[in-house]
Ligand binder design. Structure first.
Ligand SMILES: Nc1nc2c(c(=O)[nH]1)N[C@H]1C(S)=C(S)[C@@H](COP(=O)(O)O)O[C@H]1N2
Ligand SMILES: [Mo]
Length: 335
């Protein structure tokens, strides 16, 4: 029982009887406790909200008809999700031979409606957890590959890949299994990118495009990369600009005792952004990468582009082991 005893102001007051100096007053402790409780409650409520179907959005970006990003809310998705797809679910490992009735919106319907004219070959799906998978657009237009919102008439649980689960018509078109294996079945999809977006970073108060980044001193790295998916193994050439140069050029001061928060596209980064201190940025080369490989190609969405974060192999391990953010969207100075 003792280990469950919370340190309420009262117990602290008792522990301190006679001996404590410079201790916070009961009133101060009560204020802190109330603040901590409120903070916790907010985190719990925010997480519960995000996990709820009704709060889920699908963002469509890249070469869309409107030329910019558009967001479908749950009500709009619900209205679009009228198609049924009967297929096995290879990720439902306890029922991998069973055929399920998925209801959802075929990706082809979204493409025809929101990106009818484009000259892209790839469509990339990004998930809540920053997982990504890229499919050929012709395959998406040919087969009823579907973003499903129900499975056997029930909403898809988060643990089953919901609320929005990318499913393939394996049963009807077994040949698809050769090209798209279980790694392509994406759970909790939050973004579709048609082709690759152009560079548009929010850095403090600035919006920054590729031309601006190209005016900064260019740095080359040749090393192994720490991205989680779809980059080559072994040494790879990376070209980009130093974070510290970006901030000094934009005259966005980085607090001496603080640093910068970096967010990628996936909603996951709202809760878990990458934090770098101003000291980290001074210590070694931390880059916003815009090009890669022998021919300095722009970074396609298939690789998390147009902008990714990279740590020089000269950086101490505690820095370079941080997440190599893909689809970098926002850099915010923080105290
Ligand atoms: N959003 C999301 N979808 C995902 C993954 C993931 O990590 N996140 N893993 C993929 C991989 S590699 C496989 S094999 C299957 C099953 O992943 P699991 O074994 O982690 O459940 O889901 C695929 N879809
Ligand atoms: Mo996997």
């Amino acid at each position: 029982m003792w280990k469950n005893l919370a340190l309420t102001p009262l117990t602290i007051a008792i522990i301190c009887l006679g001996g404590c100096t410079n201790q916070p007053t009961d009133e101060q402790l009560e204020v802190w406790r109330t603040e901590a409780v409120a903070r916790n409650a907010k985190i719990v409520a925010d997480n519960a909200k995000k996990a709820q179907q009704s709060q889920w959005n699908l963002v469509i970006q890249g070469e869309t008809a409107v030329g910019k990003s558009l967001k479908l809310n749950w009500q709009q998705l619900q209205a679009l999700a009228t198609n049924h797809l009967k297929t096995v679910d290879p990720l439902d490992i306890l029922h991998s031979n069973e055929i399920f009735d998925f209801r959802g919106v075929p990706v082809s319907v979204l493409l025809q409606q929101f990106a009818p004219v484009n000259d892209v070959t790839d469509v990339t799906f990004v998930s809540f957890d920053s997982y990504q998978t890229t499919l050929n657009i012709q395959d998406l237009l040919t087969y009823p590959i579907t973003l499903a919102i129900t499975k056997d008439n029930k909403p898809i649980a988060r643990a089953q890949g919901g609320p929005l689960y990318l499913v393939f018509p394996y049963t009807q078109y077994p040949q698809l299994k050769q090209k798209y294996d279980t790694t392509n079945w994406a759970f909790y999809v939050s973004h579709i990118i048609v082709g690759t977006e152009s560079v548009n970073l929010r850095i403090g108060k600035h919006q920054v495009n590729l031309a601006t980044l190209d005016q900064l001193p260019q740095v080359t790295l040749e090393q192994n990369v720490g991205y989680r998916i779809s980059w080559p193994s072994g040494k790879v050439k990376l070209f980009g600009v130093r974070l510290r140069d970006v901030f000094s050029t934009l005259k966005e001061p980085l607090p001496q005792q603080g640093g910068v928060i970096i967010r990628g596209k996936a909603p996951f980064y709202d809760d878990s952004p990458v934090r770098l201190s101003t000291k980290d940025l001074a210590e070694c080369d931390i880059l916003l990468v815009t090009r890669w490989g022998e021919s300095r190609e722009l970074i396609p969405a298939k690789m998390g582009g147009p902008v990714t974060l990279a740590f020089s192999s000269q950086c101490p391990a505690k820095i370079s082991q941080l997440r190599w953010v893909t689809f970098v969207e926002e850099l915010t100075p923080t105290p």
